[in-house]
Design a protein around this ligand. Structure first.
Ligand SMILES: [Zn+2]
Ligand SMILES: [Zn+2]
Ligand SMILES: [Zn+2]
Length: 314
């Protein structure tokens, strides 16, 4: 799993109609994010994906953790506050107001009625107080209503003052599914704005004359006027989950080949036909596949950055 990129994982999740990554906590208190095939995805990777706007983070639970081992404390025990013994018993105390006797409820039970063991009067709501749940220590006989709570970590115990509270998150795939041409144009607007903000010279709906003399229009064109240009084209399948038809794909390839830009990027939504992969590769066309706007944008910016950087070095 460590070798798989977050893009791969999100694509895989999308293919399986999963859009939420929920944490699990094992008996030892370790938090993990299992996804498909029982594999876990490192939390650092999830956090990076949140920064890249591919995942959204939400609070799942606030949990108590050991500040040393960072494990969730899901085993707690109750102890006598006086001698710290764990050998304590929960009791219900009744006070007979009339005679002042206080004792365990068990001691009042008498043939289905509650009778005071001290003065033999029947207990009623008016002549008694139910003192609620108490605890009694079997070791030192102390009676108390607030037991000491101890949390068990690996090989040590912590009291409530020592534990930390940690937000445990779950993650959802950021909305951004491309369903139609409108979504595509929105995506290109976003890419355009990001590139412009980085002072990259970019043109929307740019017309260029190809070698054949035909004028083509591409949705995005980047040119740094140092002989380094990038043409960005896309093609889209007929509906959400079908590959792009070979016809549509071929048209895009032919158009890009006619343009002969230094770098050519073809965005395939959602994916190209496997048999045509070689077509893109042999014509030096970089392909981005997917149907999540944010994933495509992240991939595209990666390529643009690396190409522009290469050029700056050269
Ligand atoms: Zn610990
Ligand atoms: Zn005790
Ligand atoms: Zn009594």
């Amino acid at each position: 799993m460590s070798s798989a990129s977050i893009e791969d994982i999100i694509t895989k999740l999308a293919a399986n109609n999963i859009d939420t990554i929920i944490p699990t906590i094992d008996n030892e208190g370790n938090i993990s994010y299992p996804i498909l095939e029982g594999q876990s995805i490192p939390v650092e990777m999830l956090e990076d994906a949140v920064k890249d706007n591919m995942l959204e983070r939400h609070i799942y639970k606030k949990m108590l953790i050991c500040p040393i081992h960072r494990k969730v404390l899901n085993l707690l025990t109750l102890h006598c506050p006086q001698c710290k013994s764990n050998d304590i018993k929960k009791i219900n105390l009744i006070e007979h107001i009339t005679c002042g006797f206080i004792g365990e409820r068990d001691r009042f039970n008498n043939a289905g009625k509650l009778i005071c063991p001290s003065c033999s009067t029947q207990i009623t709501e008016k002549n008694s107080n139910m003192l609620g749940a108490w605890y009694i220590c079997n070791l030192c006989s102390a009676k108390f209503n607030a037991p000491l709570i101890l949390f068990q970590c690996d090989n040590h115990q912590l009291d409530i003052a020592m534990v930390d509270i940690k937000d445990i998150f779950y993650y959802t795939v950021t909305k951004g599914l491309i369903k139609n041409e409108y979504d595509v144009s929105e995506m290109f607007t976003t890419i355009y704005q990001i590139l412009e903000s980085k002072n990259i010279s970019v043109v929307k709906m740019h017309s260029i004359k190809g070698r054949s003399g035909v004028v083509h229009t591409v949705p995005l064109y980047i040119n740094d006027y140092r002989g380094n240009d990038i043409v960005i084209e896309y093609c889209i399948g007929d509906n959400d989950d079908t590959s792009i038809s070979s016809n549509t794909f071929m048209q895009a390839i032919i158009k890009l080949m006619d343009l002969q830009a230094k770098h050519m990027i073809l965005i395939c939504i959602p994916k190209m036909i496997d048999e045509l992969r070689y077509m893109a590769a042999t014509n030096n066309i970089m392909v981005i596949e997917g149907n999540n706007k944010n994933v495509i944008i992240a991939n595209l910016l990666d390529i643009v950055n690396s190409r522009m950087l290469q050029n700056r070095r050269g």
